[in-house]
Design a protein around this ligand. Structure first.
Ligand SMILES: NC(=O)C1=CN([C@@H]2O[C@H](COP(=O)(O)OP(=O)(O)OC[C@H]3O[C@@H](n4cnc5c(N)ncnc54)[C@H](OP(=O)(O)O)[C@@H]3O)[C@@H](O)[C@H]2O)C=CC1
Ligand SMILES: O=C1OC[C@@H](O)[C@H](O)[C@H]1O
Length: 389
């Protein structure tokens, strides 16, 4: 109990470390005054000696100023050209892009065009083709782009993968992953309910379920066998916006994947929220392993290993035990920031999510949408015409 409280205390109040005088400090510029930025970047940056919260841009100037003040950014940009002005600021080295999914492509391309590395929120884009274009431009300019599947950088999910790799439980037969959130988590009007902005449950929590399936299977899907989705409402604008989906996928090595997400799970009697499902379960020839809370394991998680005919055991993995950098209270986002900065600074990262991984994930999100009839989210109208235009 003390360990849990201590972790939560440190997560909410990370100590501010002195910035490194010797290393090159990276000035981060954030697009949009997004809700996710304090958890995903601001707090993690406090304990990173090479990260400087340089500037924030928001469409509304006053909002940008207030956000900068509240979260400790040195500078703010606002107004119609605020996002572009931020990218054009020569002091910015890295752009963090937590805009709505449907704007990820345009603003990541513009950031790359401006010569900036990009930490890009998940899902990378609306389509696999757009993700491929981003990585192709980044490669041509020797810039780093990382899709922010933060949970992949934490010791917990890596421990599950190590258990599977050890073959203690034999080969994998089936992987099930579910992520659910109670109704109201994404209120009416949220970006997640806008088709134009790349919304939908399969895009939002669903993209993690596709990702964890592929990561734990250590292989890729070959087909979507079944898929069903339910629209957010009966309103015409929500026809292609799913609030929940179920899909069954066939993977290489004869593995079956069962995925589910619900971004708007009905409350019991309309008032009591259900406990969110945050689990991935792997059924193997010689037993099962289940991780509860693979998404934000830094607060709490459990890894239950049940070898057939042997006693069940519960494991936790809050650090790499000194084998790599980190503290038991580091969040998934803090580990992710460490890896991202390591890459940008030309150092080896503990783990990485490469271009093919991101493109493939997007492809299977689209394949699920193709199978359930909701269709891919719209392609961006932005066209990159070279750096001079
Ligand atoms: N890694 C993680 O754990 C999480 C990742 N995410 C991802 O981060 C991204 C942002 O999510 P979240 O923080 O919840 O988003 P918000 O609802 O806070 O919106 C993000 C920003 O988008 C900007 N924006 C620009 N154009 C529009 C538009 N047309 N309509 C609405 N907003 C616009 C707004 O910027 P401005 O301030 O300029 O008005 C807003 O601040 C998504 O891609 C999401 O998938 C979200 C939550 C968790
Ligand atoms: O990235 C995310 O993680 C948690 C979800 O509930 C949220 O909607 C999503 O954007």
């Amino acid at each position: 109990m003390f360990a849990l409280l201590s972790r939560i205390h440190h997560i909410l109040n990370p100590p501010k470390v002195k910035k490194d005088d010797h290393a090159r400090t990276l000035n981060f510029g954030c697009l949009g005054a997004a809700k996710i930025t304090p958890g995903a970047l601001v707090k993690p940056s406090h304990t990173h000696p090479e990260v400087n919260l340089y500037a924030i841009a928001a469409r509304d100037e006053k909002r940008a100023e207030a956000y900068a003040k509240e979260h400790g950014f040195q500078k703010s940009y606002g107004g119609e050209n605020g996002y572009q002005d931020l990218i054009d600021d020569p002091n910015v080295h890295v752009i963090y892009n937590p805009l709505p999914n449907g704007l990820h492509f345009e603003w990541t391309m513009k950031a790359l065009k401006g010569g900036k590395h990009v930490l890009l929120e998940k899902p990378a884009t609306n389509t696999a083709a757009e993700a491929a274009e981003i990585f192709s431009l980044a490669a041509s300019k020797n810039l780093v782009v990382l899709e922010a599947f933060h949970y992949r950088f934490h010791p917990a999910i890596q421990r599950v993968r190590a258990i599977l790799d050890s073959k203690e439980l034999g080969c994998i037969n089936k992987i099930s992953a579910s992520l659910t959130a109670p109704a109201g988590t994404a209120p009416d009007g949220d970006i997640r309910w806008s088709y134009k902005l790349g919304g939908g449950s399969t895009m939002d929590p669903g993209c993690y379920t596709v990702n964890v399936l592929r990561y734990l299977a250590c292989s890729n899907p070959t087909a979507v066998l079944t898929a069903r989705a339910v629209p957010y409402s009966s309103r015409p604008e929500h026809q292609k916006v799913d609030k929940m989906f179920w899909a069954t996928l066939a993977l290489e090595e004869d593995i079956i994947g069962e995925l589910h997400s619900n971004l708007d799970e009905a409350k019991i009697f309309g008032i009591i929220p259900r406990i969110p499902k945050l689990s991935a379960t792997v059924q193997c020839e010689k037993g099962t392993v289940e991780i509860f809370n693979f998404l934000i394991p830094h607060y709490y998680h459990s890894i239950t290993v049940s070898p057939t005919g042997k006693p069940r055991r519960i494991e936790k993995a809050y650090s790499f035990n000194g084998v790599w950098k980190g503290e038991d209270w580091w969040t998934t986002y803090r580990y992710q920031l460490e890896a991202f900065v390591d890459r940008v600074q030309g150092r080896a990262a503990q783990t990485w999510i490469g271009s093919e991984d991101t493109i493939t994930n997007m492809k299977w999100v689209e394949e699920i949408y193709a199978k359930d009839g909701f269709g891919s989210r719209p392609t961006s109208k932005y066209v990159y015409r070279g750096d001079s235009k």
